[in-house]
Design a protein around this ligand. Structure first.
Ligand code: HXC
Length: 544
């Protein structure tokens, strides 16, 4: 057999010149390629094996595993794999930590491009040094220019202590970009580990925050500092765990039971959204008939108006294929917001929920709905409002907490929104809350009601006590209750129905309940090209 030599051009083995024979070709990898492969493999491995083992012990995925759960197989294009910290203090540079604790790049989710970053806790605790911040800022800049969503996966000890102010400035770079991109491209944060100190403000500036039970924490000051400052003793989970932020603070929009569950929910959310404010949300094919009848709405007309029910049932029946992605499920349950499709098109739903606080509006409900409406308006998503609201929740705590200031946000958000707005009054619509819930004179486009709707300044019981206070006081004790019943009936007959409102044009149509689905689908189709003149300027999605 002829001797073989390495061909530097092809990288394969060839016979020595002058010797014929064509044996099996043995591939010899050139040194440069070998070096490249070794470096990139080492970099892609993340932190040392013991740190990866510690990560797994906590029940957490690695930064790259998270990406693989999120993106289409083989679609991830990494940017900045080889970047390292330039910090010379504390020997950080000598450690040659490639990637500097964060994986950044582009990928596809269900075929559509996204930009992402995924912090790697196994490298320096995912702490944010200047290079780490530069990588995130770079990907955010490209996403804004190329008009695609940015997904941030956060698992970090916060500002890298060794890099001092440089790392704080790095956060400044990110916060600035979060704000600059707000309302232009969707920004979503996934918290899958610690997120402490000022670091929490990047997720808070984004549109949606996901957390996972048992592994996610967010707080400005941790349990130790809280104890030193206030004497309160609290553990990580109670202070800043997923359920705390989902149900109490409202920081978290989606809670998942596990990381895979979290990425599944995230993909579903992305499927409802456009790539940027310059596009419409994607249409989805559905076999669900447009004219599917909803007998539940007929039933609602028979129900005692004081009886609570979960508005989710109505949303579920209205939506294509009975699919509804609820946002903020555990926060301000008196109002329900989320995404559904009608006739294949994404629609954002805002609905009073009589099952909780009778569906009344309060501070948290106003904030929750207002921010969601502003998101929808920024991203060309039409708004369906389902109304069953007895009024504002009364009380000193609400007044002193600023229900006036917070309630005003809801009026502002609906008035500002220039996307198609269709409203369906299911039952009660009283007083200021009737106006707030996308009423005709906040420029709701099409306002429908069921025959069961009661639209008035206030409910019959309260109204008669004011209108007929003298007659009620002067009535004999034994006749007073009967008088109240009679007056309340008269009031209800006149005002607690949709007909007076329809007669003045404050309502466009009273509709046959079972036909609500085709009516709503047709309404949104009819309005699909609508944009109010002069309202195309950008408004950011400021945290409310
Ligand atoms: C540098 C850090 C770090 C940080 C963690 N590490 N946080 N290195 N800067 N901020 C390192 C640890 O030294 C350790 O390195 C490795 O990451 C893993 O950390 P552990 O403590 O071993 O992990 P664990 O026990 O799981 O605890 C995780 C933790 C804890 C709860 C996050 O590390 C922690 O409390 N870190 C500090 C959190 C914090 O206060 N950050 C600053 C917030 S202020 P080795 O070498 O041992 O593997 C802030 C300001 C932002 O972020 C302001 C923006 C305007």
């Amino acid at each position: 057999m002829a001797d073989l030599i390495n061909d530097p051009i092809s990288g394969t083995s060839i016979p020595e010149p002058g010797k014929k024979s064509h044996p099996k070709r043995i591939r010899v990898v050139p040194d440069s390629l070998k070096k490249f492969r070794d470096i990139t493999a080492l970099a892609a491995a993340g932190g040392p094996p013991e740190k990866i083992a510690a990560q797994k012990k906590k029940g957490k995925l690695t930064a790259r595993e998270r990406i693989s759960y999120l993106v289409d197989e083989g679609s991830f294009q990494e940017i900045g794999l080889l970047m390292e910290s330039r910090c010379t203090d504390f020997g950080i540079k000598d450690k040659h930590i490639k990637g500097d604790g964060v994986v950044t790049g582009f990928a596809r989710v269900n075929g559509r491009p996204i930009a992402l970053f995924s912090e790697d806790f196994t490298q320096l605790g995912g702490s944010l040094g200047r290079t780490h911040a530069d990588k995130i800022a770079n990907i955010m800049d490209m996403a804004l220019e190329a008009r695609m969503p940015v997904i941030g996966i956060l698992d970090s000890g916060g500002a890298r202590i060794q890099e001092g102010v440089d790392s704080l400035d790095g956060y400044g770079e990110i916060f600035y970009r979060n704000t600059k991109s707000s309302g232009i491209i969707p920004q979503i944060s996934v918290i899958v580990g610690p997120c402490a100190g000022g670091a929490v403000y990047s997720p808070a500036l984004t549109d949606f925050v996901f957390m996972v039970k048992g592994i996610s924490n967010m707080f400005v000051t941790g349990p130790e500092v809280v104890k030193a400052a206030t004497g309160e003793e609290v553990d990580f989970e109670t202070l800043g765990g997923s359920m705390t932020h989902a149900s109490k603070s409202g920081v978290c929009h989606f809670v998942a039971n596990s990381e895979p569950d979290c990425f599944r929910q995230l993909k579903e959310l992305i499927s409802f959204l456009p790539q940027s404010r310059y596009e419409a949300p994607p249409a989805h094919e559905t076999k669900d008939p447009v004219d599917r009848k909803i007998l539940l709405l007929e039933k609602l007309c028979e129900v005692d108006p004081r009886k609570p029910y979960r508005v989710h049932h109505i949303i579920w029946w209205l939506s294509d294929d009975h699919r509804f992605l609820e946002v903020h499920h555990d926060f301000a349950k008196n109002i329900v917001v989320g995404f559904m499709r009608l006739g294949g098109q994404t629609v954002g739903v805002v609905a009073n929920n009589p099952a909780h606080m009778a569906g009344a509006l309060d501070i948290n409900a106003s904030d929750k709905a207002a921010r969601f409406i502003r998101f929808l308006n920024n991203f060309n998503i039409p708004i369906l409002t389902l109304v069953d609201v007895p009024g504002y929740w009364p009380g000193v705590a609400q007044e002193h907490g600023g229900i006036i200031r917070h309630g005003a946000k809801l009026l502002y958000a609906y008035s500002e929104a220039s996307v198609p707005k269709v409203t369906l009054v299911l039952r009660k619509a009283y007083g200021g809350a009737y106006i707030a819930m996308s009423s005709k004179f906040l420029h709701g486009d099409l306002n429908f009601s069921l025959p069961s709707a009661e639209i008035a300044v206030m409910g019959p019981r309260g109204a008669i006590e004011i209108l007929y206070s003298r007659q009620i006081k002067e009535a004999k004790d034994e006749e007073r209750d009967a008088l109240r019943v009679k007056l309340a009936k008269e009031y209800s007959d006149k005002f607690a129905s949709p007909y007076q409102t329809a007669s003045t044009g404050s309502l466009d149509e009273v509709i046959e309940p079972a036909t609500a689905r085709p009516r709503l689908i047709e309404a949104f189709r009819f309005l699909s090209n609508k944009r109010r003149p002069g309202t195309h300027e950008r408004t950011g999605n400021i945290p409310l």
